[in-house]
Design a protein around this ligand. Structure first.
Ligand SMILES: Nc1ncnc2c1ncn2[C@@H]1O[C@H](COP(=O)(O)OP(=O)(O)OP(=O)(O)O)[C@@H](O)[C@H]1O
Ligand SMILES: [Mg+2]
Length: 204
């Protein structure tokens, strides 16, 4: 089986499931945690991520289909989204395409937030373009029943990531916010929160 990615918490590999090519995300055991706690943390994070992937899809945000969840091995077997990370796509894109991608980022975040879901790790590495659509992945830090503050944090983290990964097109960040505002009635309050959070960072 081919390892696609090895992160701090999870390992991603390509595999085969009922004759289908799939992605398997496993949460690796951490031996600095007590074994029982480690097992229950990995199981609950796996369930949380699988549930959010599914609920986001119901809100109209393209996410991989889940084929299987295994709490014991802390594995999610899901659809392989074969495309490019938005991070790479944005780097090669020209003016109009950049704006198109930014509008789609804003629209999808609006759909999530409108449904009360925060992603928790909004970076352009956790977005993929494939089949003429944009997909969101990696909901491991996400939550439901989100408050304004958490939504503000989502936007704040996105902006921070944008500042480091896409510094040459920073002037396009407002396109994301503009589109977010067109699709979510509470956007002004969330954007205000985002600015407040930015301000906190500056003075501490
Ligand atoms: N369903 C999928 N289809 C295609 N590629 C995927 C899929 N899920 C994950 N990947 C690839 O694996 C990478 C890491 O996956 P993911 O973001 O879910 O893990 P991670 O939690 O970020 O790992 P880390 O612990 O480093 O944060 C993604 O950036 C993407 O390239
Ligand atoms: Mg990720």
């Amino acid at each position: 089986m081919e390892i696609v990615h090895r992160g701090a918490e999870a390992e991603i590999r390509r595999g085969c499931w009922l004759g289908r090519e799939v992605i398997i995300k496993s949460r690796v055991p951490k031996n600095y945690r007590h074994a029982d706690l480690d097992r229950s943390l990995r199981a609950s994070r796996t369930r949380n991520e699988a549930r959010l992937l599914h609920e986001a899809r119901q809100l109209g945000v393209p996410t991989p289909i889940i084929y299987d969840i295994d709490g014991v091995t802390a594995e999610i077997t899901m659809e392989d989204i074969r495309g490019r990370r938005v991070k790479d796509e944005l780097r090669d894109a020209s003016g109009e395409r950049v704006d198109e991608l930014c509008r789609e980022i804003g629209r999808l975040i609006a759909l999530l937030h409108r449904g009360g879901i925060v992603h928790g790790d909004l970076t352009t590495s956790n977005m993929i373009v494939a089949d003429g659509r944009m997909w969101f992945i990696d909901f491991s830090l996400g939550a439901r029943g989100a408050m304004l503050e958490e939504m503000g944090v989502d936007l704040h983290l996105l902006k921070e990531g944008f500042q480091s990964a896409h510094s040459t097109i920073l002037d396009r960040f407002p396109v994301i916010l503009g589109s977010y505002g067109q699709h979510f009635e509470r956007a002004p309050e969330v954007i205000k929160k985002m600015r407040e959070i930015e301000g906190r960072g500056r003075y501490t």
